[in-house]
Design a binder for this molecule. Sequence first.
Ligand code: MTE
Ligand code: LUZ
Ligand code: MOS
Length: 749
Amino acid sequence: MINIDAHNHVKGKSIYLDDIQELQGTLYALPFDATVAHAKISAIDYTQAIHRTGIIRIITAKDIPGENQIGGILPDEPLFADGEVHFRGQVIALIIGTSEHHCRQAAKLIKVTYEELPIITDAREAHAQNKLIMPPRSFSLGNTTQAWEECAHVFEGRTDVNGQEHLYIETQGAYARPKEDGSIIVSSSTQGPTAVQRMVARVLGIAMHKIEIDTVRLGGGFGGKEDQATPWAVMVALATQILHKPVKMAMHRMDDMRMTGKRHPYSADFKIGLSKDLKILAYEVTHYQNAGAAADLSPAVMERTLFHSTNAYYIPNVFAKAFSCKTNLPPNTAFRGFGGPQGKFVIEAAIVKAAEALGVSPALIQKTNLVVDGNELSYGQILQQTQAHPTWNACMDSFDYEAQKERIKLFNESNSRYKKGLAIQPICFGISFTNTMMNHARALVHIYHDGSVVVSTGAVEMGQGVNTKMLQIVTQTLGIKPSRVRIESTNTLRVANTSPTAASAGADLNGKALQMACVALLERLKAVAQKEYTDQIIELKEEMVFANETKTEITWQDLIMKAFVQRVALSENSHYATPTIHYDKSKEKGHPFAYHVYGTSIHEVTVDCLKGTYNFDSVNIVHDFGKSMNPTIDNGQIEGGLVQGIGWMTLEEIIYNEQGRLVSNALSTYKVPDIYSVPKEINIKHLETEGHELAINKSKAVGEPPLMYGLGAYFAIRDAVKAFNPNVELAVNAPYTPEKVLMDLYRRR
Ligand code: MTE
Ligand code: LUZ
Ligand code: MOS
């Protein structure tokens, strides 16, 4: 089935937040933000601004009837700064006007007097000053202290990896309209409608039942709208509550880039020990996460960094510790992979460091240590249906790795200006929210008596194709045509208490709930048909009733009408909660993931050793999709995730200066992958497997894992640099921008 949004996207007919037909009298909101990163606010003068034409009101913390608090995991984040600011871009007030232009003019007239305080932008510095979001956590397996003695080789090092701007094409935004009796509807470009509803209720001081959140689709979220779509929705809802008018905000790109958090930068120290035959016996790592000025999702992101600290490798002795460090930057947040990629970067760096020191190929160490069934990970989960070796082997064989390696060797021997590099990147990513309680979903299905069907779930469409997958579930289960079914917006009145569409689990959780609802309806409809054809096995397919595999004259439409006349319920609301998962935080042990997703990628790059620029010649992937229910959509997720990961590792460089000002604040100063920087060739092969019972239709979650193939791009470039400049020890810092590559090419001891 092609993506159901494809035609409307191409025609420009799809509705995003800014396309919603505006009501007459709609007002516009502009957040007014801090221009220093840490300060006490000694005075604010709004007088000139408030008297400017077109300005209706300026809303501040004083106007909040409920709590000035939007922290989800920890209550440490005010909606509006009150008395002090902790990062540049922190919102102090909301300007409401008759046009956005008027608001922007007024913003220039607000005068804030700051009493500046010391600024920290670096995670390690925050750690040294004991500025932590929460106490550190650590995972351990075996005993590393003892294990070092058994190791033939021990290596230590440090890595630094930068953040990443989400750059969803649709910026943050929300549109609130008043309903009766103080009720409010908010259209929000959010991955988490319930989270928005909860925070609107908290800040406005009203019950959740008075608030309806509606989300049609997002022009991309990538984690950036899991938590950080909330403040804007709360702000417009608050303005609507105060003014009884529709209020809208659709952020400008530069405002969005400046005010919102990004992927977390991390710094890490590692120590790795190997036996003579290259088995990794011990691994210790300390992660310093740069959380920014408030918790946001950082504790959960940090947890996933720990979960994925050993990537796809079995290491019998592990000690992994992580600090969430509080800095004066916008709170960093969810981003595809959710801390996992940062955890994996360090183990890959450790392996490469060891390989370089021992004069072996990193691939040999990687392969020697891949996980197999029965291996225990540091958090206690015992792996089953492990696909690390199968994807690795299939990748080597299908793409003839040995020949590629030989070709590259010859190329490098006969070229001095251009060098080629090669890297292999295995991945292993856990599917489920690491917070067990979040792994549940609901679906609501109505069959109208004309036979048409409308479906609501908690899943938010953000380009990943979840609505198409939902449609497939309905049409397959009920045996009807796609044109009979409408997938409705995600709406808190129709589906309540949802988890955000995140953790790659959107299709699994909502799909399973939807399947349950459809199966329940199917059973009732079969019973209706059974009355006609007693003792026969009834099936519904091709919009017809089949009795004992013979087509009857009863159409889907007839059957629905019969059911309606017989007063059979044609609506169903189902609930699904992932079985088997559990986790004990006090022991840091359990079985947090329903299953893991595996894959292996091979990256070939050519570096221009005069310029430091590079081109990715090819990326060959064997990925464990299980039994993909939509190969076109799923391959698209692999390509998109890969390129996004390559961007993070090689081009995208977030720069905050020492004053905490975002210097890379627009697309002129922040480089993302474009058509020229994507790999010339991306080949994706599906591993042949049975799939997993806990995956929807055995089609495994696919959203986040491919981002981690991007790590291979980094190590391929490093391999090429090493071919040019073999005898120098190089640091392991990402992104590896052309400037940094150039410096490494000519680095001397
Ligand atoms: N694909 C597109 N096109 N746009 C997105 O915003 N977000 C990614 C991934 N793929 C994203 C995407 C992230 S971060 C997640 S968690 C998953 O999609 C969420 O959707 P799923 O759970 O349905 O896979
Ligand atoms: N969000 C979350 C996530 O709250 N918990 C998770 O485990 C997670 N994982 C990936 C992406 N978002
Ligand atoms: Mo994705 S980072 O789970 O929204």
